[in-house]
Design a protein around this ligand. Structure first.
Ligand SMILES: [Fe+2]
Length: 244
């Protein structure tokens, strides 16, 4: 028994030494791989040259943003209680109106917009195929939501520095419940503009918008009424008098 015990001990020791050697080699290989990866990213980051001029072009000044608002970005934007200004900072944002002109056109893996709404106003009941999230910059905002276009199942009031993330397919609307014009900052998942209906509006909203001559085609692009230019100017004067 003692002999077999010794043999077993020797076998265990040999196996353990071999195992330890394997671990050391494995760690060495991983360490070298990490080092190479680090060196590679270091080389890439130092060989990608961004000029000061390019960098300065990636700064968006709020004073410029305010001049680039769109008063009729969506078919509901003409409706009382839903009139508002929409701003596109990065990417295609959500839009039914091809007039929008993003402040930054460099590729980003997200889209950023802003909204300014007068008291009692905000987007009508709608949904998207992608997440949209909001942070109020000023004012108090009531958000309401539901799982169908027919009813509201929940609501919450949020203010500056609060944040709300609305999942795809959830029906939602929101309104500025303050007594002054208020601003929202929004982040959206990337999505193609004019690839289909976007947003999806509650049937009631579509019916109301039609009475003003507004609707969206199958690609989600706004069909404008003959008096569009006149309506646009009226809304600009009303919603954005300081920039008109
Ligand atoms: Fe939306």
């Amino acid at each position: 028994m003692q002999l077999w015990g010794r043999v077993a001990h020797d076998i265990d020791s040999g196996a353990r030494a071999a195992y330890d050697k394997c671990i050391r080699m494995h760690n060495a290989v991983r360490w070298r791989a990490t080092l190479l990866k680090t060196r590679r990213s270091y080389v890439v980051s130092t060989t990608t040259h961004i000029s000061n001029e390019e960098m300065l072009q990636r700064i968006v000044r709020f004073e410029d943003v305010k001049k680039r608002g769109i008063p009729l970005m969506f078919i509901d934007s003409i409706l009382p209680r839903h009139q508002r200004m929409n701003y596109s900072l990065v990417g295609d944002t959500a839009s039914e109106n091809p007039e929008f002109d993003p402040m930054l056109t460099q590729p980003h893996n997200f889209q950023i917009g802003m909204v300014k709404a007068p008291p009692g106003s905000g987007p009508a009941y709608h949904t998207h195929d992608y997440i949209e999230a909001f942070m109020p910059l000023t004012g108090q905002w009531r958000y309401y939501w539901g799982n169908s276009p027919d009813g509201i199942e929940g609501e919450a009031t949020i203010g500056p520095w609060d944040f709300i993330s609305l999942p795809p397919g959830l029906w939602r609307g929101f309104e500025n419940i303050s007594d002054t014009d208020s601003w929202l900052f929004s982040v959206l998942e990337p999505h193609a503009a004019f690839a289909g209906k976007d947003p999806y509006w509650a049937p009631k909203v579509i019916t109301e918008a039609r009475t003003y001559g507004f609707e969206a085609d199958e690609r989600g692009k706004m069909i404008k009424p003959p008096n569009y230019a006149e309506l646009r100017e009226h809304l600009l004067r009303t919603l954005n008098p300081e920039e008109f």
